[in-house]
Design a protein around this ligand. Structure first.
Ligand code: DX5
Ligand code: ZN
Length: 222
């Protein structure tokens, strides 16, 4: 759990050259690959969906880290599990009540996959605490979900710190703390410093002239 995991976000990759971009990220030391699925309803953007996850997840050895920015996750999570997701992360704000959050987690686990819960910047970290024993990962958004290339919101650091503290008090050792949005060497170092163990980075990695080197820099600097 001490190891830092880099999860490059495909949203900023070259979609005409995904295979090469992924291979470079993997060569740089990335262990996971992050898929931002957007439905144009839960967020103000549309990205890609099931067929892309299904094809791409078979082309590499990275852990498939699927981030669903969609309404009605209960309706779709099983299909993302079947498409090859290893971690399926959905949004707390997309669920109508607490029972639905537990139901989505149970469904993901019944498919033999790992469940993640994400919160938008305006949601308090305390709101994930009741679900913690059903979660394998908590994804803290450090930008408003929907677009890559935005600036890191420092309030995410306080949330990571509080979650880490909650984990300590409750002896939770196997749940990942992931942070997503505006990650670069500087913000990544800050996140790791307060307890994050998965860094999702899109534009810093895939908009770089040296994709392999960018992953390597995140791992080395942090
Ligand atoms: C935003 C997505 C992020 C995004 C991060 O809605 O969830 O995963 O790709 O991109 P950067 O690293 O460019 O902020
Ligand atoms: Zn994401």
């Amino acid at each position: 759990m001490e190891e830092l995991i880099i999860s490059p976000s495909l949203l900023s990759a070259n979609f005409a050259n995904l295979f090469d971009d992924i291979a470079k990220a993997e060569a740089g030391g990335a262990k996971w690959l992050h898929y931002d699925v957007m439905d144009g309803h839960f967020v103000n953007n549309i990205s890609f969906g099931l067929p892309v996850v299904e094809c791409i997840s078979k082309t590499h050895k990275l852990v498939n880290d699927v981030h669903l920015m969609i309404s009605d996750p209960l309706r779709y999570v099983k299909r993302f599990c079947d498409a090859g997701a290893d971690y399926v992360t959905f949004h707390l704000e997309a669920c109508k009540d607490a029972n639905e959050v537990w139901e989505v987690c149970d469904l993901i686990h019944s498919c033999g996959k790992k469940a993640g819960l994400s919160i938008r910047p305006e949601t308090k970290i305390e709101e994930v605490f009741p679900f913690i024993y059903s979660l394998d990962l908590v994804l803290i958004m450090s930008v408003v979900p929907g677009f890559g290339g935005q600036e890191f919101d420092n309030e995410a650091l306080g949330k990571i710190l509080k979650l880490k503290q909650f984990f300590k008090e409750n002896d939770i050792t196997k749940t990942y703390i992931s942070v997503d949005g505006g990650i670069n060497e500087t913000t990544g170092t800050l996140c790791k410093g307060v307890g994050a163990n998965v860094l999702v980075a899109g534009s810093y990695i895939f908009k770089s002239d040296d994709i392999q080197g960018a992953v390597g820099k995140l791992l080395k600097w942090i």
